[in-house]
Design a protein around this ligand. Sequence first.
Ligand SMILES: C[S@@+](CC[C@H](N)C(=O)[O-])C[C@H]1O[C@@H](n2cnc3c(N)ncnc32)[C@H](O)[C@@H]1O
Length: 223
Amino acid sequence: MSNEFLFDLKIDSFRACFNKYTRKAFRTLPKLEKPRILDIGCGSGVPTMELARLCNGEIIGIDIDQDLLDRLSRKIEQEGLNNRVKAIKCSLLDIKFPDNSFDIIWAEGSITTLGVERSLRGWIRLLKPEGFLVIHDEIKHFFKKRYKVASCGYKLIEHFSLPEEAWWEEYYSPLEIRIKELYKKYSNDPDALDVLKIHQTEIDMVKASPKSFQSVFCIMQKI
Ligand SMILES: C[S@@+](CC[C@H](N)C(=O)[O-])C[C@H]1O[C@@H](n2cnc3c(N)ncnc32)[C@H](O)[C@@H]1O
């Protein structure tokens, strides 16, 4: 995949429209001095970098996709944050950090891999006493199972949904316009066209039912 194509696609700049919600969720937490944060399923690190801007702590992003981690590593380098932000290849199915390692676990779009109950139960040991778990995911994946929060050892501090059509209006619709432009520009590049098709398929699914794709932030505390 050419760097020029990835630069043209600007996927991270579309994703960054949701940083305002990451900030809103972060501000529900009490002020912590130099918090240690684990960002699970960090991807190319749009929320990871926002967390680094929001606090003076150490942020470790983990993901299984090396290409995405490389993109995050470049951002860390560019912003001179090597001393406190790290991108580590690690599966969320087998997180090897010791117990009580983190003040905050952040997980945007990654709870479905393990499922709600296994994620909540599996990740709690990583949190320090009274540490926080922040989830952002589709309502249908997480929020409907929020009754499991207490039995998994947490209390629900706060939650808020994104506006009903935020994903369509703020992310997918502008992305679709960009993709249409790039189909023309990269009509002779099969690798680029494959990536564009994957995004377009996702867009078509959301377009068919824009309101059904709604997400929620849930802020929980280890008890
Ligand atoms: C929907 S993306 C979210 C990325 C990022 N958190 C964000 O909000 O922009 C889900 C991420 O989970 C990662 N992922 C999927 N399975 C994983 C696993 N077993 N271990 C670690 N990361 C995984 C994917 O590579 C992807 O980057």
